[in-house]
Design a protein around this ligand. Structure first.
Ligand SMILES: [Zn+2]
Length: 355
């Protein structure tokens, strides 16, 4: 439930030009968000063994690999540093996967191609399940680099895309995994951004799993032809799960037997298991008549409450450990539109945003 004083809709920001200009402009438009995240980030690294300086120095080690993999995004982060007034090293560290917090977190994703939808559209749906306070960190960003397709992203701080779709019909959704092989390497947010820079499924899949990564999301990559891949990654391995039947569901545990050995601790994945099976069962019944409102219904499901598909903060946990569905999004790749619900989908409404 949106907290008191919440605006009821996400901020919309936009920027175009060079990657640096984009970063600087977004930094100016989202400076308040960036400063709040910085403050929180600083508070996470107060131990004598792993203090802030160590964390920033540790993060910096992967910067050359990130720059080599996707220089455009490094330029966006440099611009963001300039626009927010936060040092680049800090912005970069905030882009990395340093914290152990939120291991019980995770999102639910459902993707379907045109053969099963009412209006022959390819649709990718996602619930974003994180700390309740993260609802204030999201901006809907329209980014138009001069050398790449423009994209609409659900971006943390306006700059870190957690889900998005671009003008070429490439969509990035997905969810967190907890692999046991994390290392110094390209942070998992960087492939998300690079997928949104690509124009074809081959390039997008390649962008989703760079060699030399330090961690990985399960990156769901979909194109407007209805090619749907769930890229189950760890730092050192991955499986490309293809939606053979034209649809797939993913939550926060490895489905591929090949990847089971990278699961850090399956005992922490019960919410994920419940959400996966529940979403699969509910969605099967809808095949052939799927439309945007179908996702609103399924993403609002409360079986397994409070760690259900529509997740609500468990008051028994402390604030940093709580999880809430802070938004739902349904990307219509065929019509290049995004339907976004602010806050829990059981309470809000989907609102349409054009690319
Ligand atoms: Zn709910």
């Amino acid at each position: 439930m949106p907290r008191k004083g919440a605006p009821g809709a996400f901020r919309e920001v936009s920027a175009s030009g060079s990657h640096f200009e984009i970063g600087r402009s977004i930094g100016k438009q989202c400076r308040d968000m960036a400063l709040r995240s910085e403050k929180r980030f600083r508070s996470w690294f107060r131990s004598p063994e792993f203090g802030l300086e160590k964390a920033v120095a540790y993060a910096r080690r992967s910067m050359p690999a990130t720059r080599q993999f996707y220089p455009g995004y490094m330029e966006e982060l440099e611009g963001y540093a300039a626009g927010t007034g936060i040092k680049l090293d800090m912005v970069y560290a905030m882009s990395c996967d340093l914290s152990d917090r939120g291991r019980g977190r995770g999102c639910t994703d459902i993707v379907v191609n045109a053969e099963w939808t009412k209006d022959d559209c390819v649709l990718a749906a996602h619930n974003e399940d994180v700390s309740p306070y993260n609802i204030f960190d999201i901006a809907i960003a329209r980014i138009r680099p001069k050398d790449e397709p423009g994209y609409l992203g659900m971006n943390y701080g306006g700059i870190w895309p957690t889900a998005g779709m671009n003008a070429a019909g490439i969509c990035l959704t997905g969810n967190a995994l907890v692999p046991n092989d994390t290392r110094v390497g390209i942070p998992k947010i960087v492939p998300c951004r690079k997928v949104l820079a690509e124009s074809g499924i081959y390039q997008a899949l390649k962008a989703s799993m760079p060699e030399g990564r330090g961690h990985s999301f399960n990156n769901i990559v979909t194109d407007s032809n209805g090619e749907i891949y769930s890229m189950e990654g760890s730092a050192t391995a991955f499986e490309a799960l293809y939606a053979e039947n034209g649809w797939l569901v993913h939550t926060n545990h490895y489905l591929s037997p090949k990847m089971w050995r990278f699961e850090e601790n399956l005992h922490t994945r019960f919410s994920s298991i419940v959400r996966y099976n529940r979403a699969t069962k509910l969605f099967k019944k809808e095949l052939g008549k799927v439309e945007v409102s179908t996702f609103k219904r399924i993403l609002s499901d409360h079986v397994g409450y409070p760690e259900s598909i529509c997740r609500h903060a468990d008051p028994a946990l402390d604030e940093e450990e709580q999880t809430q569905s802070i938004f739902s999004v349904v990307f219509d790749l065929t019509n290049r539109a995004a339907w976004v619900c602010y806050g829990n989908p059981c309470q809000g409404e989907l609102r349409k945003y054009e690319l």
